[in-house]
Design a protein around this ligand. Structure first.
Ligand SMILES: O=P(O)(O)OC[C@H]1O[C@H](OP(=O)(O)OP(=O)(O)O)[C@H](O)[C@@H]1O
Ligand SMILES: NC(=O)CC[C@H](N)C(=O)O
Length: 624
């Protein structure tokens, strides 16, 4: 779920100096775009820029990456220091934009930024985007950054090896970049053959750059991609692209006017950075690419035939900023839709129930839950008043009207970090210490209803939330997940690829054991092994059989039991959103494979098959 940001300045740098007072306009906008996407990745951040107007021998590509804590701040501090140091040492060049362009790193005409949440390979600096494929020919330099994950990285790697190449790494970003790079090289060669003899080698170079056809390169390179992706790339001479996968799994938005082309993973990010109304920002269609030629020509091109749109619903539930106009309403609606189950769980007893949320993402669905609770109470009040009729005194009416649901800020998050996207090895400890509670708002024997956006491994609840809430001595703790049960691995950009990690999966396996049906686990394993040699399209998701004997409610009850450790006194109940509720709340993001096991690409079926084999054989590794 990384974040991408691309800016192409469509006017000469002097224009921005004159209009906005600075030739660093592009760098400043990139900082905003990246900072506003810090929610998408904490493992690293990177930035690259290209200058169009410098002489051979001068640097025209600048790149900087960091995998430190707060990586966005880290790289921009460095960028700003480099810029201000050079400016201070050359104060006479304050208004000499041509000099600045030639001499100051990071100033440029084309920019690419990335915030990383790793899903392939480790978190070393080498794995931080943008990746760079260097060459001494400008048009053969390729810089790539993406929000993506390939299900068939191994196959793509083998294809490169078949070509006689020796990839230096097997992480998916390298594979993808080398795949695009291969077709770039191939095309450059054939363009050169076409112009050879008519021009000198020196004359041929800019002609090749002009003729480079990214549409053709992307068509050939992405033919065998299987995954979810919003992939951005720059060529050294100044062409650029952002391409989105045919199912529209990963998001990409853009805006263009005569000054700038900007692309980012989220719509409100572009709105805020460029002060734009929502309607001005467009969504890049699945299977399409936005291509910006160095000449300034920008077009949207179909690269692959779009498939049924299966945009990732987890983007709406958790990953994206809740400031997007539609996402805000969708999250609220998730809170509304889960309310009937809540009222049942508390037996309609609003008087002795405190409502709250687990910060931060769940805050918006909490407002939906809030409205639903108010509506419920208003209905009760109306009924009471109508039943009392004319016999009610003014005092009695105001007593009825004064009732309100008890909404309190119970849980506090002390770190401005997303624990979910924190690397596995340090996460447990972080989760255990990151939350605190407000004392004095829960009465002994109250119910606590606390909403979270999602329950994945259950670590946040088990290691922290349930324990600290129990200190307030409630009768019952009801944890509500605004998302359904996470039952299947993701393989398109969310690092949840191991079945055994999921609390819902562990609960189902436990139930199979308890009900004497564990044979199903072995049967599924045998079926998975058997179909391993099939091609991806023919693979059936047999993991569904693990859940089949049980209703979602039975699995939820088992999860509740598993999360209530011996030291917890309160009753614990976990309530999940229904799949139907999810689809009603987020109608345009029907990608739901982690909840339903229905994968939008064939590679996904292979991944779930492998994930089960990994679980059964005790291999603690990702299944792609
Ligand atoms: O069941 P688990 O495996 O523990 O994962 C789910 C939790 O992780 C996320 O919190 P995070 O701290 O990332 O983000 P937030 O502050 O944006 O809610 C999410 O909001 C859940 O609270
Ligand atoms: N979440 C992502 O988009 C990750 C991108 C890429 N697969 C990586 O691990 O670097």
């Amino acid at each position: 779920m990384c974040g991408i940001a691309m800016v192409r300045l469509l006017k000469p740098l002097e224009y921005y100096k004159e209009k906005y007072g600075t030739a660093f306009y592009g760098v400043n906008k990139m900082y905003l775009l990246m900072e506003k996407q810090h929610n998408r990745g904490q493992d690293g951040a990177g930035f690259a820029s290209i200058k169009f107007n410098v002489n051979p021998g001068s640097r025209y590509i600048s790149r900087i990456r960091s995998n430190k804590q707060q990586p966005i701040q880290h790289i921009f501090k460095k960028i700003n220091n480099r810029i201000s140091d050079t400016m201070e040492a050359n104060s006479d060049k304050k208004n000499d934009i041509a000099w600045q362009e030639e001499n100051i790193p990071f100033i440029g005409n084309l920019f690419l930024g990335h915030t990383r949440y790793g899903t392939s390979g480790g978190n070393s600096i080498e794995n931080v985007h943008p990746f760079l494929r260097q060459s001494n020919w400008r048009h053969k330099n390729l810089i790539v950054a993406g929000n993506f994950n390939m299900t068939n990285n191994g196959q793509l790697l083998d294809e490169l090896i078949e070509l006689g190449q020796h990839p230096k790494e097997s992480t998916d970003t390298v594979t993808v970049m080398e795949k695009i790079g291969h077709f770039l090289d191939d095309q450059v060669e054939s363009i050169y053959q076409g112009v050879k003899g008519k021009y000198t080698k020196k004359e041929a170079s800019p002609i090749i750059a002009e003729k480079v056809d990214l549409v053709d390169i992307l068509k050939r390179a992405t033919r065998s991609f299987d995954g979810g992706y919003a992939m951005a790339g720059l060529l050294g001479h100044g062409d650029a692209f952002v391409m989105r996968d045919p199912s529209g799994i990963r998001p990409a938005f853009y805006y263009k006017d005569d000054e700038v082309l900007v692309v980012a993973s989220e719509r409100p990010v572009i709105q805020t950075a460029f002060n734009l109304k929502m309607e001005k920002v467009q969504e890049l269609e699945p299977g399409h690419a936005i291509i910006a030629k160095k000449s300034g020509k920008v077009s949207i091109e179909k690269i692959l035939e779009p498939l049924e749109k299966k945009a990732c619903s987890f983007e709406r539930i958790y990953f994206s900023r809740g400031s997007d106009a539609d996402i805000y309403q969708e999250r609220k609606d998730l809170g509304v839709r889960v309310f009937p189950q809540i009222i049942e769980s508390i037996n309609g007893d609003l008087e002795n129930t405190v409502f709250s949320y687990i910060p931060n993402t769940a805050e918006t669905s909490y407002y939906g839950m809030f409205e639903a609770a108010e509506d419920f109470l208003n209905q009760q009040k109306t009924e009471k008043i109508l039943a009392g009729g004319k016999n009610l005194s003014a005092e009695e009416v105001s007593t009825i009207l004064s009732q309100r649901p008890r909404f309190e800020k119970l849980a506090i998050k002390d770190a401005k970090l997303r624990t979910f996207i924190t690397a596995d090895d340090s996460r447990d400890d972080l989760v255990a210490h990151v939350y605190d509670i407000t004392y004095g708002v829960v009465k002994k024997d109250d119910n606590i209803v606390i909403i979270d956006d999602s329950i994945v491994r259950g670590t946040t609840l088990k290691k922290s939330i349930i324990k600290i809430l129990d200190r307030t001595q409630p009768k019952k703790i009801i944890v509500v997940s605004s998302a359904p049960q996470i039952r299947y691995p993701d393989c398109y950009g969310i690092d949840m690829a191991k079945l055994g990690d999921f609390i819902a999966f562990r609960a189902a396996v436990e139930l199979l054991k308890e009900t004497g049906q564990y044979q199903i686990v072995t049967d599924v394993y045998n079926k998975c092994i058997k179909q391993r040699s099939k091609n991806d399209a023919g693979i059936v998701n047999f993991v569904k059989e693990i859940y089949k004997p049980f209703t979602p409610e039975v699995i939820s009850a088992k999860i509740s039991e598993m999360l209530k450790t011996s030291e917890i006194n309160a009753d614990v109940e976990i309530i999940f959103q229904t799949i139907e509720g999810l689809h009603k709340a987020c109608p345009n993001h029907s990608g739901d494979w982690y909840f339903t096991g229905d994968y939008p690409t064939d590679g996904g079926k292979r991944v779930v098959n492998e994930a089960f084999i990994n679980f059964y054989e005790g291999n603690n590794k990702r299944a792609y």
